[in-house]
Ligand binder design. Structure first.
Ligand code: CTP
Length: 411
């Protein structure tokens, strides 16, 4: 199977075939896709929310969650998927989509999706061949929507539904979904879903001076953190960017605090974090500093020298100790045993998730414009994202952070 797409929206319709949805969800999950599920009210008569959520390994969306008093436009967030698939697609759901209705979460989301859409219908043959249904199918096809099946075979209650109307099997659906070309998000189409939130982002390297002209540092460019700050600002957040020394322009509309050392970054981040709901630590903080930096330039000597280093404060861990409901996101660079090490790091630092990358991959991490990361949670669950621009990584990171925030606050 292809490695893409990765964000798949699965809409489950109210057909008896809805019972096959958990099997599809498991297959997509195993293939590395990040799956979001919408179950229509009728679908939940056939399959339980718990079995869908268990297979998807995340909460599912339904009309109950859509109509719940919450500030986000759930249909718009769900519509950001790379591809969408409707399984157990009923005549009614096809009609709602073909006529542009937005009377429930599934149809409203379908009005907003921009990526490819795959319909997997399941209904009795008489219904499927009815001109009304076929006209709706033709309308959807004229918009570029894809169809898989229905296929020949028994449908629903034995004896009642033989003929063409049976839904394709989960394995075939998963293969078809993963073969769809994923949607590339447009940098311009954003919802202000972070309005009212304050984000603190750290970026770049730190410099640990040995004397006034020499320091220990690393090649971090700051691009990842600056991308997160710009994206969060574009989505309506109040953003404070605490930046080590980098060669990047200040992102418009973002409050930038420039620091050099890890201790300065620690103080600035902890101070700004007081009023923040989400903190993203992308900075490559130097782990050690000179115990006694010289106040004057040291002349070289003929012999060997050694420098006494002491550990720097761990900023993310300090934030984790005083978490108070804030969402904490870290980054980790590992050369081996990445997921295990990142899981332990997330646990130790009390982070909600860590984006793990491998500095050894060319074109990613330090200095590059792209990044290939794996999202790792403290419980060890993880999902690999495709190679993306740092801006696209920022988009997904903020989606995830917002989701954690909403779950935590019940907003
Ligand atoms: N971090 C931090 N303060 C430090 C070191 C790291 O806040 N003094 C943050 C980084 O910004 C990153 C995360 O912690 O979000 C992981 O950093 P990393 O250097 O990989 O972790 P360490 O704890 O230093 O682990 P190790 O060097 O042992 O791999």
């Amino acid at each position: 199977m292809s490695a893409e797409p990765h964000r798949v929206l699965v809409i489950v319709g109210g057909s008896v075939a809805a019972i096959k949805a958990p099997s599809l969800l498991r297959r997509l999950h195993e293939a590395g896709a990040e799956v979001q599920v919408i179950a229509t009210r009728a679908a939940l008569a056939f399959v339980t929310p718990l079995s869908l959520a268990t297979a998807a390994e995340r909460e599912i969306a339904s009309d109950d969650t859509w109509f719940a008093p919450r500030p986000d436009a759930q249909h718009l967030k769900l519509a950001r998927a790379d591809v969408s698939v409707i399984v157990g697609a009923t005549a009614d759901l096809l009609a709602r989509a073909a006529h542009g209705l937005a009377s429930d979460l599934a149809s409203a989301t379908l009005l907003s999706v921009r990526g490819p859409v795959l319909w997997v219908p399941a209904m009795n043959e008489q219904m499927w061949t009815h001109p009304a249904v076929q006209a709706n199918v033709a309308t959807l096809k004229s918009w570029g929507h894809h169809f898989l099946g229905p296929v020949e075979g028994a449908f629903g209650t034995a004896g009642e539904g033989a003929g063409t109307g049976r839904m394709a099997e989960p394995e075939e659906i998963a293969a078809a979904v993963l073969a769809l070309p994923p949607h590339k998000p447009q940098a311009t189409s954003r919802t202000p879903d972070l309005q009212g939130l304050t984000l603190v982002v750290s970026a770049g390297p730190t410099r640990e001076y040995l004397d006034p002209v020499r320091f220990i540092s690393n090649p971090s460019s700051g691009k990842m953190g600056y991308a997160v700050a710009s994206e969060a600002q574009a989505r309506g957040a109040n953003v404070i960017l605490v930046s080590g020394p980098v060669n990047l322009p200040d992102p418009p509309g973002v409050q930038v605090i420039k620091v050099e050392s890890a201790v300065q970054m620690h103080d600035a981040v902890l101070d700004a974090a007081q009023d923040a709901q989400i903190i993203v630590m992308t900075a490559a903080v130097a782990d050690y500093r000179a115990a006694a930096p010289k106040s004057e330039k040291e002349a070289k000597t003929a012999g060997e020298v050694s420098i006494h280093l002491v550990p720097n404060p761990d900023i993310l861990a300090a934030l984790g100790r005083e978490k108070a409901g804030r969402v904490l996101v870290g980054f980790a660079m590992e050369t081996h045993a990445g997921v295990e090490r990142a899981t332990l790091k997330a646990q130790r630092k009390n982070a909600d998730f860590i984006l793990l990358n491998y500095p050894t991959q060319s074109g990613t991490a330090f200095g590059g414009d792209d990044n290939q990361v794996t999202l790792v949670r403290p419980n060890g669950s993880h999902a690999q994202w495709p190679r993306l621009s740092k801006r696209e990584v920022a988009v997904r990171l903020l989606d995830e952070a917002l989701q954690v925030y909403m779950q935590r606050t019940g907003a």
